[in-house]
Design a protein around this ligand. Structure first.
Ligand code: ATP
Length: 194
């Protein structure tokens, strides 16, 4: 079974593209969602996070306050590395377990920071979803209600599209000029015929 990574910057539309692959019957592993879920419900992950960042990271309901955590790690490589050292191995283990249950020709693993985190090394090929900067910004503002500056700051922390394209086997242009489904179908056909 081929393991295909799918990545793209904030607002590029990678989740939207993944939903199209799911319609084609392709199982998709949403790494960022799993990571959030583990933070919410995995007692061991929670304990490690509290140990690393202190009790103040816990809200009044006993859950990890993700906003507080995000504020600590944002633009702070030391703290981010600390968090990733807890989350990445936990997600990797969860992914291996998930893989054993899949029976399709190939699966997709969606990760925003696929190249930045090194996750691409354990995958056979990568699909990059790219979109023009202005579209990425307007989509993110519309969906998350955050400021343009906040989005630009996040974009600056991610690998640029040009580099993602260079390092990927396939590219999907989500620029609202080219239709998504034909691009998805073309890649799907190549991957099921491998
Ligand atoms: P993030 O990393 O920020 O979670 P993402 O790359 O997963 O983003 P999506 O969540 O798929 O991106 O898309 C961001 C927003 O833009 C969503 O609200 C989605 O519905 C919208 N969107 C994405 N692609 C298109 C498109 N081709 N046409 C219209 N809206 C789109």
């Amino acid at each position: 079974m081929l393991k295909i990574g799918i990545t793209g910057g904030i607002g590029s539309g990678k989740t939207t593209v993944c939903r199209l692959f799911e319609i084609m019957g392709v199982p998709v592993y949403y790494s960022d969602e799993v990571s959030k879920e583990l933070l919410r419900s995995d007692a061991e992950v929670k304990a490690f996070v509290i140990n690393a960042f202190g009790d103040t990271i816990i809200d009044q309901h006993g859950a990890v306050d993700r906003k507080k955590l995000a504020a600590i790690v944002f633009n702070n490589k030391f703290e981010l590395d600390k968090l990733n050292a807890i989350l990445h191995p936990a997600v990797a283990l969860h992914f291996v377990n998930w893989l054993t249950k899949q029976t399709s020709d190939y699966i997709l693993k969606e990760t925003a920071i696929l190249f930045e985190s090194g996750a691409y090394k354990n995958l056979d090929q990568v699909i990059a979803v790219v979109a023009p900067l202005e579209l990425k910004i307007s989509r993110s503002i519309k969906r998350d209600g955050v400021s343009k500056d906040a989005i630009l700051a996040r974009i600056q922390n991610q690998l640029n599209d040009e580099e993602k394209i260079k390092r990927s086997s396939f590219v999907i242009y989500n620029d609202e000029a080219q239709l998504l489904m034909p691009q998805v179908l073309m890649i799907h056909q190549q991957l099921v015929n491998k």
